[in-house]
Design a protein around this ligand. Structure first.
Ligand code: AKB
Length: 317
């Protein structure tokens, strides 16, 4: 039996991860939320939900104690573009919040998963097939909090024995809850506009390659890493993982294979473009493959077919 708390359960990853964990495990899979982002529908009806604000250590400790939580998925974060607009809040959630979670985990002996990101890399990082162990010198607040989070999580493992694990997620593409505030969001928005029959204005320039992953693979990565044999883990915080790398032209032409009338133009957003330019073109995820058998299922074409079918069912056309 597993008792799990998901902090940020109503966000892009949390909405789907909470439901997936409830399918897989008996026990209390608690949907943690903040006021204004309460769970609804299936998420509310299929299991317990509790207010669990990452900035409130006491509140997190109360939920952990009440449900005898053994694993925390800490999904609270401001994504890269919005973190540049609100850097103080991004630090409060990303660093102070993580510190709260790790302290509660230390006291109640919980394992902790906190997603990291390709945002840990910066302009001096090797761009192609970026290695697992390499330069992490981001110049964004998002990246700073993700590098800090990786270091702090490793510290809690080494110093206090807290079972911390993490992956560096690329852009995540999904059709249930929207991402909101990321640099890679265009790769989600493009599907919505295509399925609605709309023209798409792309904020990222042609030729900008970034790693991406379909949500089912992302959920699989998080759960598989948390279930991995600790004796095999050389790394912990955080593993490079990827499923595909493309630029806006490639995804556009892939969607056009299934929706030939779809059209796109470019209106580059300088903030998002600068962030995208500082990130890798592609990651080397061989350590994840070797240490816990990571292997994605979806490539661009299978993801496109599934996204279009799922969105047609949800938003019509
Ligand atoms: C973002 O674009 O900020 C995120 C990420 C890659 O971490 N999707």
């Amino acid at each position: 039996m597993k008792n799990v708390l998901i902090i940020g359960s109503t966000g892009q990853i949390g909405t789907e991860l909470t439901l997936e964990l409830r399918k897989r495990y008996d026990g209390n899979i608690v949907a943690g939320y903040i006021p204004g982002a309460e769970p609804k529908g299936d998420l509310l009806e299929s299991g317990p939900a509790e207010e669990a604000d990452i900035t409130d250590a006491k509140q997190i400790a109360e939920v952990v104690s009440k449900y005898k939580i053994d694993t925390i998925y800490n999904l609270a974060a401001l994504l890269s573009a919005v973190a540049e607009v609100k850097p103080q809040l991004a630090w409060k959630v990303g660093m102070d919040g993580l510190f709260n979670v790790l302290e509660v985990a230390r006291q109640y002996q919980c394992a902790v998963f906190t997603p990291s990101s390709i945002g840990v890399f910066g302009n001096n990082t090797p761009k192609d097939k970026t290695p697992q162990d390499t330069i992490r010198n981001p110049r964004t607040m998002y990246g700073v909090t993700k590098v800090g989070g990786e270091l702090l999580s490793d510290y809690y493992h080494i110093r206090f024995g807290v079972d911390t694990r993490s992956v560096r997620f690329p852009g995540l593409i999904s059709y249930i809850a929207p991402p909101g505030g990321g640099t890679t969001d265009y790769a989600v928005d493009i599907y919505y506009e295509a399925v609605r029959g709309n023209h798409f204005t792309c904020p990222i320039a042609a030729g900008t390659f970034m790693d991406m992953m379909y949500m089912p693979d992302a959920l699989h990565a998080a759960i598989q890493l948390m279930e991995a044999d600790p004796a095999r883990l050389v790394h912990r915080n955080a593993f490079n993982v990827t499923a595909m790398s493309f630029d806006p032209e490639i995804i556009y032409h892939n969607i056009k294979r299934y929706i030939p009338s779809f059209t796109m133009e470019y209106k580059v957003d300088p903030l998002r473009q600068a962030i995208a330019d500082s990130w890798p073109n592609s990651l080397d995820d061989s350590c994840a493959r070797e240490e816990w058998d990571w292997s994605p299922v979806y490539d661009l074409d299978t993801m496109t077919q599934d996204m279009i079918a799922k969105l047609q069912g949800r938003i019509g056309k």
